[in-house]
Design a binder for this molecule. Structure first.
Ligand code: ADP
Ligand code: MG
Length: 405
């Protein structure tokens, strides 16, 4: 029998009506004879009672004083509530079901609390429940160490639970159910004309996710890609087929990329640009600057090394530390806060010469300055002022024809 993994995100579980939609997708697959392993996130988003952010609120009055181990205990509760609630809904409908913690489901991790890595999955317990005819519901975002400690996998971790289980169980597909119709050409909150993509490659969506598209977690994509498990991102609230994530070879063979250079846009805001100039020999400067950032664990991006100095970006939260370190080295950086990074991503781009020209023309016509740019064979990045972000995304989306069906 075909086994499929279904993952339901927070907004898909937040109220009775949403959970009825979840039930509909479960019943449809059961009726089609499929075996189901279901992964659930915590219910709702910030502000709703059992959402992860609301759990964190409980310790805020204590100045967030809580060791990492106990913090993970607290964080793991949201998914447990979802799992038990969904289990109850299924049982009420006469569908045999069982709810499991990550650890009970055999998701074994290292002991890095808050950002644990899955080291292996022991599938025996799940297999036994399946053999006993139950729908298995697993609390996402969490695992267990070999010593029995509860760990969490970091933000977006339920996606990772789902694809890791899919890989371990040899699932036919992992369906990621969420509040949008699939993977779109841009974040619909920023680009209302964003259009659903029928198919993308693992590399493209991993690239989009790394560059800020939070529709699926990049680590989840990488696990699925390694195992060759197909993933689909689809809506809980409709019956659409969603977006299929598949191998780039399949994409190339099907000819999708022939007339699609740019697949989608992604963006990150809260970026600070730093420029350090020097007259006396660039190489020592470069070395000292980047060594200082590295020793303090500050990740740098958009690195541009020139004979006269270096330009690079850090995230807003690291900006003050970065500036202090530079001053300690007796450099006076030019600091530009409030920047955003826009990424144009496409597996079919492959060094196409015209792409950069389209970008420059689109942004210049819209009166937007490009502060820095960089490119690889599948992505072009531009740095702009955050205040230009909405206009830039719209302009680029239109210029690449992403709004056209
Ligand atoms: P869930 O709770 O189901 O995990 P998320 O909030 O993590 O949902 O992810 C879904 C959201 O991702 C959408 O509501 C959308 O705003 C955002 N998003 C960002 N980029 C994209 C994109 N390219 N395509 C679809 N959704 C995107
Ligand atoms: Mg998510």
């Amino acid at each position: 029998m075909d086994l499929i993994v279904q993952k339901f995100g927070g907004t898909s579980l937040s109220d009775e009506q949403s959970r009825r939609h979840v039930l509909r997708h479960i019943v449809r697959e059961l009726d089609a004879g499929r075996t189901l392993v279901i992964v659930v996130s915590a219910m709702g988003r910030r502000g709703e009672p059992y959402a992860t952010d609301s759990l964190l609120e409980l310790i805020r009055l204590n100045g967030n004083a809580l060791p990492a181990r106990e913090r993970d205990l607290l964080l793991s509760c949201g998914e447990l509530i979802s799992a038990a609630t969904l289990c109850s809904l299924l049982i009420a409908e006469g569908i045999p079901a069982v709810a499991l913690t990550g650890g009970q489901a055999g998701i074994m991790t290292d002991a890095r609390y808050g950002a644990a890595r899955i080291v292996r999955i022991q599938t025996e317990a799940i297999q036994q429940h399946i053999a006993d005819g139950r729908v298995v519901i697993v609390a996402g975002f969490q695992g267990m160490t070999d010593r029995g400690e509860i760990t969490t996998l970091g933000r977006g971790g339920s996606d990772t639970s789902a694809t890791a289980l899919g890989a371990a169980l040899g699932a036919k597909i992992v369906d990621i159910y969420t509040d949008v119709d699939g993977i779109l050409t841009a974040d619909p909150r920023w680009v209302p004309g964003a259009r659903q993509l029928p198919v993308v490659s693992y590399e493209e969506i991993s690239n989009m996710a790394h560059n800020g598209a939070k529709v699926i977690h990049p680590r989840a994509v990488e696990i699925a890609m390694k195992a060759g498990v197909p993933v689909r991102v689809r809506s809980t609230f409709s019956d659409g087929e969603g977006t299929l994530v598949t191998r780039s070879e399949t994409m190339r063979e099907s000819g999708v990329w022939i007339d699609r250079t740019v697949t989608g846009l992604a963006h990150v805001s809260g970026v600070t640009q730093l420029a350090v100039n020097s007259d006396n020999g660039p190489s020592e400067l470069q070395l000292r600057v980047f060594r200082a950032m590295a020793t303090h664990g500050i990740s740098v991006d958009f690195i541009n090394v020139m004979p006269t100095g270096v330009h690079y970006t850090v995230s807003e939260s690291d900006a003050d530390t970065a500036v202090r370190l530079l001053r300690e080295l007796e450099f006076e950086p030019i600091v530009r806060r409030g920047c955003a990074k826009v990424s144009m991503i496409g597996g079919g781009m492959n060094g196409e010469p015209g792409v950069m020209a389209v970008i420059v023309e689109a942004l210049t016509t819209a009166g937007i300055s490009i502060l820095q740019s960089a490119d690889s064979n599948t992505t072009i990045w531009v740095l702009i002022a955050e205040t230009d972000l909405a206009a830039a995304l719209q302009a680029l989306h239109t210029s690449f024809g992403l709004h056209l069906a």
